[in-house]
Write a protein that binds this ligand. Sequence first.
Ligand code: OGA
Ligand code: MN
Length: 207
Amino acid sequence: MVCKFSESVLDEVADALVDRGYICIDSLFAPELVLKLRQKVFSEADDTFKPASIGRGNEQHRNADIRRDSIRWLEPGCDIDNGFLSLMDTLKDGLNRRLFMGLFDYESHYALYRPGAFYKKHVDALKGSQNRILTTVFFMNPDWQPEHGGILKLYDEDDTLLEEIAPTMGRLVIFLSERFPHEVMPTTVERASIAGWFRVAGSQHGF
Ligand code: OGA
Ligand code: MN
């Protein structure tokens, strides 16, 4: 079991991003790390997680019609968060070396979807904004069953359904932020994920 991005996985990710614009990878990270990340969500959810907002700056507002997850941003100062962030750093460097994407920094949040929660179809970056370039979504749900819901649906630019991705433990989805509308279907059980975005230098924080 690897717990970093090997050169061959980085090759695979780079090829997929060029060919299709997205990839889904399973079992990349050490199970102990995945478990710790999951425990972090459940131990802190009641204290530090806040209902997620949409929009930016002054326009930021909560809209429970659009999304119902609670989030906490990852912080490099925290050991467990850092385990995940340092892996994402190796992804950033590996992709910059291969594709000259100019990925510069990474922001990410834990998300807890309680039963009934969802996130309606959206795009993570405005076209041409150069804000969010590459999205990652990492799932931490052991023993996921189809009746649990919480599927991540990925669409193409014409809104044709491309993939229905189950949020299974240790699964990582990577896609170009501007190109793929996506949505989280309502979950029937608590559903944990980490959503993250690589940005280029000089772009603004937040959506
Ligand atoms: C997001 C998002 C998906 C997920 O936060 O923008 O699409 O499964 N999250 O957490
Ligand atoms: Mn999204």
